[in-house]
Design a protein around this ligand. Structure first.
Ligand code: BDR
Ligand code: CA
Length: 325
C-alpha cells in the first residue's frame, strides 16, 4: 500500500453481507472507516443499528461512530429482506447484544460532520437503500465539496432480484436512488451484475469458521449464511461476498472494469419501477434524434470483476493478525 488511507463512510442496512463489508473495511490498512450510518432495508433501522454495533465490536473496532438513520424510504413503505437475512437481519447467529449505544447524532447529521470534518475528501459507500444519502444531499448539499466519490451497491445492468428488473436497494427507495445519481459527484455503480459473482470457495469458508479469532470466525459464519452453491465435499457451502465486493472495489479499484454510461432510475409505477436503465448503445437512437437528449447522469458502471483477486483480497484482509496471516 502506498500513500495515506482513503477516508470512507459506509451507509448500510446490516444485513449479512453488509456485515461482511464492515469486517473488511475495519481491517483494510488502505481504508480509514470514519463512521457507519444505518438505514431501514434488510431489517428495521433499530435492528440494523444493533447488528452494526455488534459487528464492529466483534471486529475489534468498537469506537467507530454509528448513526441511526431513516426508518422508512422517502415514499415507499418499509419492505424488509428478512427471508434472506434472518429474523434478526443478520443470519440469526445468536451473537451477543452490543455493549454500547449509537451516536447521539442522527445519520444525516453524523454524515455531515464526518464529511466536512475530514482533512481529505471522503469516499461514501452506500450498501443499502439510499434514503439517508438522499436526505443528506437535500439537507446539506454543501457536503459534496468534500466527497471524493460515491461507490454504491445497487442497481443492475441486466436482471434484478427484487423484481425481474429492479435490484433491492434501488427498488426499496427509487426516488432516493434518483437523487443520488444527480448528486454532481463521481459515482460508481457496483450492481448485481458483479455483486453476485464474487464467491468465496467452500474450503475457505470452512477455514474461516474454524478460526479462533472472533472477526474471522464471524466472516465464516456470515459467508455460510450466503450459500451460492452446495458443497459436494461437506457441510459448508461457498458464500457470496455481496456488499463486501463494493468495499473491495474502493480498496482495489483495478479489480473491477467499469464504463462511464448514462443511467436513470425508473420511477414510474408498474413493472419497471426501481430499474436502473443503463444506456450501453454505441450511438444515439431514434428517441434522441427525434426528441433530443434527456441529460441523463453519467455513472461509472461496473461491468466485470476479477473474482479470484477480490476473494484473495477479502481473505487476506479479514484474516490479518490471525495465525494464518
Ligand atoms: C442488496 O440487497 C440487500 O439484501 C443486500 O444487503 C445488498 O445490499 C442486494 O440486492
Ligand atoms: Ca445491504
Amino acid at each position: 500500500m502506498t500513500g495515506q488511507p482513503i477516508p470512507v463512510i459506509i451507509d448500510c442496512d446490516t444485513g449479512v453481507d453488509d456485515a461482511l463489508a464492515l469486517l473488511f473495511a475495519v481491517r483494510h490498512p488502505g481504508l480509514d472507516l470514519r463512521a457507519v450510518t444505518c438505514v431501514a432495508g434488510n431489517t428495521d433501522v433499530d435492528g440494523v443499528v444493533r447488528n452494526t454495533l455488534t459487528v464492529l465490536e466483534q471486529a475489534g473496532a468498537p469506537d467507530i461512530p454509528v448513526g441511526r438513520g431513516a426508518e422508512r424510504p422517502l415514499i415507499e413503505p418499509v419492505r424488509s429482506a428478512r427471508h434472506v437475512h434472518g429474523d434478526d437481519g443478520m443470519g440469526d447467529l445468536g451473537l451477543p447484544t452490543p455493549a454500547r449505544t449509537p451516536s447521539g447524532l442522527d445519520a444525516v447529521t453524523l454524515l455531515r460532520r464526518e464529511i466536512l470534518g475530514s482533512p481529505r475528501p471522503v469516499t461514501l459507500i452506500p450498501t443499502a437503500p439510499l434514503t439517508n444519502i438522499a436526505l443528506l444531499l437535500r439537507t446539506h448539499p454543501e457536503v459534496t465539496r468534500n466527497i471524493e466519490r460515491i461507490v454504491f451497491m445497487g442497481g443492475a445492468v441486466a436482471a434484478g432480484n427484487a423484481t425481474p428488473v429492479a435490484e433491492f436497494n434501488v427498488w426499496h427507495d427509487p426516488e432516493a436512488a434518483a437523487i443520488l445519481l444527480t448528486a454532481g459527484v463521481p459515482i460508481t455503480m457496483y450492481g448485481l451484475d458483479v455483486f453476485q459473482r464474487v464467491v468465496v470457495p467452500a474450503a475457505e469458508v470452512r477455514r474461516l469458521r474454524a478460526s479462533t479469532e472472533p472477526g474471522a470466525r464471524l466472516a465464516g459464519e456470515l459467508l455460510a449464511h450466503r450459500p451460492s452453491a452446495p458443497d459436494p465435499d461437506g457441510d459448508d457451502p461457498a458464500g457470496g461476498l455481496g456488499d463486501a465486493g463494493a468495499v473491495c472495489s474502493v480498496a482495489d479499484p483495478a479489480g473491477i472494469t467499469t464504463a462511464l454510461l448514462p443511467v436513470e432510475v425508473s420511477l414510474a409505477p408498474g413493472p419497471t419501477r426501481g430499474q436502473t436503465v443503463v444506456d450501453r448503445r454505441a450511438r444515439p437512437g431514434e428517441s434522441e434524434i427525434h426528441e433530443g437528449g434527456r441529460g441523463r447522469p453519467l455513472v461509472d458502471v461496473a461491468l466485470d470483476v476479477d473474482v479470484p483477486r477480490f476473494v484473495r483480497l477479502y481473505l487476506s484482509t479479514v484474516e490479518r493478525g490471525t495465525s494464518r496471516s
